[in-house]
Design a binder for this molecule. Structure first.
Ligand code: SF4
Length: 188
């Protein structure tokens, strides 16, 4: 993992290398049973070199905490692309493809039985499924011997603050409770 991190930090495989400040590889526990995959770094992540540390990341931490999971101890958190797309645009299919070997290697090394796909880009990057996060969130998928759960991206939840029954936040909380049940099954 240390070698992967070091090599990834000097990657020039796609155009995002030209505009990044730092390569954002991961945070959390490489031995955790849960991997969280998001889209790509934002401004704060680009500055700090750590994924999910801005407002969306703080919300993710709080939501994980609400179901008894510590984001540093119980999860390994990374993104589909490791460098910030300018202006926080979505990464292009070519950028996702170029970055894929890093993610593939992270998955191989961490070997998580359960993976959370945060947002449509993560779902597209891993499953090749475009759009439909509203329909597909909360549904388990088996993929390469792992359990995958697509959820809303925390930045979407920041824009939809309601916690009412049926709201995106409420649904995500149901999804995360389901994730803890699955984690207990696979790692009792
Ligand atoms: S986004 Fe990925 S492939 Fe592109 S330069 Fe950064 S680490 Fe390399």
């Amino acid at each position: 993992m240390e070698e992967l991190t070091a090599q990834c930090r000097s990657c020039q495989r796609c155009g995002l290398a030209a505009t990044r400040t730092r390569v954002v590889v991961a945070r959390g526990n490489p031995e955790a049973p849960l991997m969280v995959i998001g889209e790509g770094p934002g401004a704060q992540e680009d500055e700090t070199g750590l994924p999910f540390v801005g407002r969306a990341g703080q919300l993710l931490d709080r939501m994980l905490e609400s179901v008894g999971l510590d984001s540093e101890r119980d999860a390994y958190i990374c993104n589909i692309v490791k460098c910030r797309p300018p202006g926080n645009r979505r990464p292009t299919p070519l950028e996702m493809e170029a970055c894929r070997p890093w993610l593939q290697e992270q998955i191989r090394l961490v070997d998580p039985p359960v993976v959370l796909l945060a947002g449509a880009t993560a779902m597209e990057g891993i499953l090749g499924v475009k759009g439909g996060i509203t329909r597909l969130r909360g549904q388990w998928r088996e993929w390469e011997g792992r359990w995958l759960m697509p959820i809303f991206h925390p930045s979407y939840l920041l824009r939809n603050a309601s916690r009412d029954r049926g709201s995106p936040k409420w649904l995500t909380w149901q999804d995360l409770q389901d994730v803890t049940r699955r984690l207990k099954q696979v790692r009792p």
